[in-house]
Design a protein around this ligand. Structure first.
Ligand code: NDP
Ligand code: MG
Length: 378
C-alpha cells in the first residue's frame, strides 16, 4: 500500500481526484507537477505541503517560486523538474496523470527508481508499451492501471494468474456524446459538442478521444501491452451506462465483470492501496436505482478512429506511436478550431499511410515515429 505519492499532472482531472483520495486515505504527497496552472498548483502545494512543486512551463515555474517563497516547498521547472518529481526519493508511488506522450520520460524515470506506477497516462503505453513493461520488470516496479477499464481487468484477472485460461478481454465503451449519430451528423460537431461527455468529467484531450472513440482504440492497445494479449483477443462492447467497467471471459465461458459508479476515484484509490482495499471517497453504486444495463456493438464505419486504432494494434511496432502522435496533433488542431470533427480520423489515417512502421522499436524509433506522425498531420 502506498504511503507517499508524487503526482505528475496534479492540476488535471485525474490529478485532482488523486489528491481527494490521498487526503481521504491519510497518505502523504512528495511532489506535485503541472504545466502552466500556477494558481491551482500553488493552492495544492499550500494544502498538501510537498517537498517539490514543478511547473513544466519555465515562466510559470518562476512565478510559482515567488508565490511559494514563504514555504519550505522547493520549486523546479521544465522537463528536468518533471523528471525530478518522478524520481523523488520520498515517494514510493508515482501517479502519471499528465496528458500525452510527454509522460514517457518521467514514467521511465520513476520505473528506474523501482517505484509503483499508478498509470493514467495511457499515451505512454500506447507508444512504448513493451519497452515500459520490460523496464518495469528489470527494475521491479509495479505498474497498476488507473484507467477504469484496465483497473477493472486487473481486478477481474486477480487470482487467475494463468493467462492461458483467459479467452478474451472485453473493454466497455460508453459510446461518448455522439453515440448513434451518422457520419453526416458528425460533420458539423463542434468543440463544445465534443466536450460534453455523458458519464465522465475529464480533461479536454481525452474527452475528444471519447467522442471519436479513439480513446477506446488507445485502450485496446494499452490492454494488449499490460496484459500481454493479442489484439484479436480483445473486444469492445458499447455499454452506455458506464457501470460495468470491463470484463474478462475465461475459457470455460465464465465472464467476470467489475461494477461501480462512474467515479475515477475508485480505480485511482485501488492503484494506491492494492493489494488491500480500504474505505474511500468513491460513490457507492445503487444497483436498485441504476436502471437497466445495455450492451451493443461499436459502429466502426462511422467512428473510424476506433477502426484505425485496431489496425495499429494489429500492425504492432511503432504503429501505436504513429497513431498516437497523429491523434495528439489532430485533436490539438480540432480543439484550436482549425479542423472539423471528422478530419481527426482523416488526419490520423493520412499519417498512418505516410509514416513507415518499424518492428521491435527502440526508444529512438518511437520518438521518431511520434515526430514524423505529428509532422504529417501538420
Ligand atoms: P487533464 O487535461 O485534466 O490534466 C492534464 C495534467 O497534465 C494537468 O495537470 C496539466 O497541467 C498537465 N500537463 C498538460 N500538458 C503538459 C505538458 N506538456 N507537460 C507537463 N504537464 C502537462 O487530463 P486528464 O486528467 O483528464 O488525463 C490525464 C491522463 O490520464 C491522460 O493520459 C488521460 O488519457 C488519462 N486518463 C484520464 C481519465 C479521466 O477520467 N480524466 C480516465 C482514464 C485515463 P496544467 O493544468 O498546467 O495544464
Ligand atoms: Mg478509460
Amino acid at each position: 500500500m502506498s504511503k507517499c505519492i508524487s503526482i505528475l499532472g496534479s492540476t488535471g482531472s485525474i490529478g485532482r481526484q488523486s489528491l481527494e483520495v490521498i487526503a481521504a486515505c491519510g497518505m502523504e504527497v512528495a511532489a506535485l507537477t503541472a504545466n502552466s496552472s500556477v494558481e491551482k498548483l500553488e493552492a495544492q502545494a499550500r494544502q498538501f505541503n510537498p517537498k517539490l512543486a514543478v511547473m513544466t512551463d519555465e515562466r510559470a515555474a518562476a512565478d510559482l517560486k515567488v508565490r511559494l517563497a514563504d514555504t519550505q516547498v522547493k520549486v523546479a521547472g521544465g522537463m528536468d523538474g518533471l523528471l525530478e518529481a518522478a524520481a523523488i526519493p520520498q515517494a514510493d508511488t508515482v501517479i502519471t496523470a499528465v496528458v500525452g506522450m510527454v509522460g514517457l520520460r518521467p514514467t521511465l524515470a520513476a520505473i528506474r527508481e523501482g517505484k509503483r506506477i499508478g498509470l493514467a497516462n495511457k499515451e505512454t503505453l500506447v507508444c512504448a508499451g513493451p519497452l515500459v513493461l520490460e523496464e518495469a520488470k528489470d527494475y521491479g516496479a509495479q505498474i497498476i492501471p488507473v484507467d477504469s477499464e484496465h483497473s477493472a481487468l486487473f481486478q477481474c484477472l486477480e487470482g487467475n494468474r494463468d493467462r492461458g485460461e483467459v479467452k478474451r478481454l472485453i473493454l466497455t465503451c460508453s459510446g461518448g456524446p455522439f453515440y448513434g449519430k451518422t457520419a453526416a451528423e458528425l460533420q458539423g460537431m463542434t468543440r463544445e459538442d465534443a466536450l460534453r461527455h455523458p458519464n465522465w468529467s475529464m480533461g479536454a484531450k481525452i474527452t475528444v478521444d471519447s467522442a471519436t472513440l479513439m480513446n477506446k482504440g488507445l485502450e485496446v492497445i494499452e490492454a494488449m501491452h499490460l496484459y500481454h494479449m493479442p489484439p484479436e483477443k480483445i473486444s469492445v462492447v458499447i455499454h452506455r451506462e458506464s457501470i460495468i467497467h470491463s470484463l474478462v471471459e475465461y475459457c470455460d465461458n465464465a465472464m467476470l465483470a467489475q461494477l461501480g459508479a462512474p467515479d475515477m476515484r475508485l480505480p485511482i484509490q485501488y492503484a494506491l492501496t492494492w493489494p488491500k482495499r480500504v474505505p474511500g471517497p468513491a460513490q457507492e453504486l445503487d444497483l436498485w436505482n441504476c436502471g437497466p444495463l445495455t450492451f451493443g456493438a461499436p459502429d466502426l464505419k462511422t467512428f473510424r478512429c476506433l477502426d484505425l486504432a485496431l489496425r495499429a494494434a494489429q500492425e504492432g511496432g511503432t504503429a501505436g506511436a504513429v497513431l498516437n502522435g497523429a491523434n495528439e496533433e489532430a485533436v490539438a488542431q480540432f480543439l484550436a478550431g482549425k479542423i472539423g470533427f471528422l478530419d481527426i480520423a482523416g488526419k490520423v489515417e493520412g499519417a498512418m499511410e505516410q509514416v513507415t512502421v518499424v518492428q521491435n522499436p527502440g526508444i529512438g524509433d518511437i520518438l521518431e515515429a511520434d515526430r514524423a506522425a505529428r509532422e504529417a498531420v501538420r
